[in-house]
Design a protein around this ligand. Structure first.
Ligand code: GDP
Length: 454
């Protein structure tokens, strides 16, 4: 690998998640108040997943990087939406469905002090539909006297219950040892397929035309690849031939299977979007031009940016556009999407087929940018020019200098500048802007990080 291996240490944001697509994925499922968040916190050793015991509280952050005995994995906390009593079954069903689709193994958490409820049994039935490993966690076993309560959960038919106290940490080490025995070394769901078809996520809020676009591209002859051998479920991804080559559209199951949830729909949409992004290399974010650009649209764009994937914006339902709307749309794009002005835009109609042929070139352009590697020599020559053109301002008698730079990674292009002091954010933006002007990077986010040399 040409990567310099710097990525883990260079991020400016100590909490930034570095997505490594090949990490195995462990999903945590369970009804509200069984202690999923506490267990996630215990496993990741942070307080980040803490959520008050307030019904209806949602979290957007659902993926956590985790490690045990030098094995790294991603935890997906599917339980961020805490529904009221009426919504519980739908909520846990959605969790289980997502976990089965998108994880390599599932931790199913039950409150041993309460025992198995009918909701728990409902989840068990769903989890039986998968051949993925499911580990039954009996939580709130705070001391040995409660272990018989955990043992009662044998009756669920999911094998041995693992008694833990997420809050006190009791039993969690043993549980994690067990987890490592069932997690694959490399994820089967999020695996990186070097040389395989490029992986595309189709994203957008409900009714923007995701399934219409999928159907239009797939046509009659869609090629279905069932990569979830042994399950009774729909394939999660579809492989489709477009522009003379195959593309893997990830989590099309999430698009085709319309889950009607009265509550928490946004949360599950976010969860699916994040998981799809984790598998994808490039995202097509679909916007519906017949409606104003919404907060939800922008949130999806933000998730793409956070994931570091390449981005194509598809403005759909172009057939519905009149002159007046066209004018307001342009204003909205300027105002709301200025920060992703680098993303290729295609104006399409999934209904009439208008400009659908422009999707593939846009995807290819975005991926090419995402893959770009700038040789170190060239990059440093360029940095020298930029610094000569526009030196860093003197701050308090000092002028931080850029000693040298290198591209530490691609996908997306990530640069590291080694400096003698902190560069102004403004100056970093200048460098980033100039890099874009020079190299384009259309369709790809780029990162410019720095490391101060003492
Ligand atoms: P999804 O929820 O994002 O998968 O959206 P759908 O593909 O189900 O589309 C939602 C609605 O918009 C359906 O009634 C579609 O027929 C309609 N629709 C999708 N694309 C277009 C388009 O390009 N033009 C028009 N006029 N309608 C569209």
């Amino acid at each position: 690998d040409e990567d310099l291996g710097l990525l883990d240490t260079i991020s400016d944001d100590p909490d930034a998640i570095v997505y490594l697509p090949a990490l195995p994925v462990l999903a945590i499922v369970g009804r509200p108040n069984v202690g999923k968040s506490a267990l996630v916190n215990r496993i990741i050793g942070r307080r980040e997943a803490v959520v008050e015991d307030t019904p209806g509280v949602t979290r957007d952050r659902v993926n956590y990087k985790s490690e045990w005995n030098n094995r790294h994995f991603t935890i997906v906390d599917t339980g961020g939406w805490e529904p009221d009593a009426k919504g519980i079954n739908a909520s846990v069903a959605a969790q289980a469905e997502i976990a089965i689709d998108l994880a390599d193994a599932v931790l199913f958490v039950v409150d041993a002090t309460v025992g198995a409820t009918s909701t728990d049994e409902h989840v068990v039935r769903l989890l039986r539909g998968t051949k993925k490993p499911v580990i039954l966690v009996a939580n709130k076993v705070d001391d040995a006297r409660q272990e018989p309560q955990a043992a009662e959960l044998w009756s669920l038919g999911l094998g041995e219950p693992w008694p833990v106290s997420a809050v006190h940490g009791r039993g969690v080490a043993d549980l994690l040892d067990k987890v490592l025995t069932v997690l694959p070394e490399v994820s089967a769901v999020a695996k990186e397929e070097v040389g395989g078809p490029r992986r595309v996520a189709i994203l957008g809020r409900p009714n923007v035309g995701k399934s219409s676009l999928l159907n239009k591209t797939a046509g009659e002859e869609r090629v279905v690849v069932n990569e979830m051998a042994g399950t009774t479920r729909d394939p999660v991804d579809e492989q489709i031939e477009l522009g003379g080559k195959f593309w893997r559209f990830v989590d099309t199951a999430g698009i085709r299977r319309r889950v009607n949830l009265s509550q928490g729909a946004d949360f599950y949409a976010t969860l699916r979007t994040s998981a799809a992004l984790e598998k994808a290399e490039v995202a097509i974010v679909i916007l519906d031009v017949s409606e104003p650009i919404s907060v939800q649209d922008l949130k999806i764009v933000d998730l793409v940016l956070e994931s570091g994937r390449a981005l194509v914006l598809a403005f759909n339902k172009w057939d519905l556009l009149d002159d007046e709307r066209r004018y307001t749309l342009e204003r909205e794009i300027e105002q709301d999407l200025g920060h992703v002005a680098w993303a290729p835009r295609v104006n399409i109609s999934a209904k009439t087929g208008r400009h659908m042929e422009k999707l593939v070139p846009a995807l290819e352009l975005a991926l090419e940018s995402w893959d770009t590697r700038i040789p170190t020599g060239k990059f440093n020559a360029l940095l020298a020019e930029l610094v000569a053109e526009h030196p860093h301002p003197v701050r308090g008698g000092k002028q931080p200098r850029i000693l040298f730079g290198t591209q530490a990674a691609s996908r997306p292009p990530t640069f590291v500048l080694f400096t003698t002091g902190f560069l102004d954010p403004q100056y970093r933006r200048f460098i980033t802007r100039r890099l874009r002007e020079i190299f384009g990077f259309e369709g790809s986010p780029i990162n410019v990080n720095m490391r101060v040399r003492e």
